[in-house]
Design a protein. Structure first.
Length: 275
């Protein structure tokens, strides 16, 4: 009976949340010892405003049918098309490493589990070309009196999500095409810090609230190469990282399972627990 009441409550909550653009949803679970506090949506929605790499094909939604059928029931269906790398998405290891895992081959253990957040918003607020450094990770470790736990999902909060989907502020340009690549300005992870993470820590995956794990001015994408060569996937264009604590939460990051894909649209959520 108790289960039934909880289920009914959840169902009611889901129904009442249906038309809101809520990013968080309260969750009560009796199956875990710890009470879940909230589920936070870290994905942007896909639409004609979705931000893509300046050379990538953008999201397109075509209505197949929408309305009342002649048989009396309502029916809606669409077709969509998109590049793999746009909006909130995952980079599979094969994106920058020959013969590495494709998106359908990434073990779920890399995508679901405990996470930490590195907050570099203040440094990025004055420098759109900021590179997250080894010291930024060491500062987190000193503040928490621990090394980055083995098996962590590491999220980098630059604060740039607040500019999304304003292309000039978020990407540095609203131009598109090959010539626009050199106009990109947004923070990313320095190659030195990427190599340090790979060589000295044991992380499962990494994410950032900018279009790329390498910064906008990158030419050789060395952070991508360092991470993806080691089968560490990268989540890009995340949002709502400001709603997360610096540790003690979990991530569920489930990309579309494209066979042979180098990346894919990603639905990613955080579960934040009461302490
Ligand atoms: Zn990508």
């Amino acid at each position: 009976m108790k289960t039934y009441i909880i289920f009914t409550f959840l169902l009611f909550t889901l129904m009442t949340c249906k038309n809101k653009t809520a990013t968080t949803m309260p969750l009560e679970t009796s199956s875990t010892k710890t009470k879940a506090k909230a589920i936070i949506d870290l994905s942007h929605a896909y639409s004609d405003k979705t931000i893509y790499w300046v050379t990538a094909k953008e999201f397109k939604l075509d209505t197949v049918f929408k309305g009342q059928t002649d048989k009396g029931f309502y029916y809606a269906a669409n077709n969509f098309s998109t590049a793999e790398h746009g909006g909130t998405h995952i980079d599979a290891p094969i994106h920058f490493a020959k013969n590495a895992q494709t998106v359908d081959e990434i073990p779920l253990e890399k995508l679901i589990g405990p996470a930490i957040k590195i907050d570099i918003t203040s440094k990025c607020s004055t420098n759109p070309d900021y590179l997250v450094s080894i010291d930024d990770f060491k500062d987190w470790e000193n503040a928490h009196n621990t090394t980055i736990p083995s098996g962590s999902i590491v999220l980098l909060e630059t604060g740039f999500s607040k500019y999304y989907p304003d292309k000039v502020k978020y990407l540095g340009t609203d131009e598109r095409g090959d010539h626009a690549v050199k106009l990109l300005h947004f923070p990313g992870l320095s190659p030195e810090a990427a190599k340090w993470l790979v060589e000295h820590r044991n992380i499962n995956s990494i994410g950032i609230d900018t279009p790329s794990i390498d910064y906008g001015q990158s030419e050789y994408f060395q952070s991508h190469v360092a991470l993806l060569e080691q089968n560490i996937p990268a989540f890009e264009n995340l949002t709502n990282l400001d709603k997360l604590p610096s540790n003690g939460f979990e991530i569920i990051a489930l990309p579309m399972k494209i066979e042979g894909g180098s990346g894919a649209p990603l639905r990613i959520v955080a579960i934040v627990y009461d302490k």
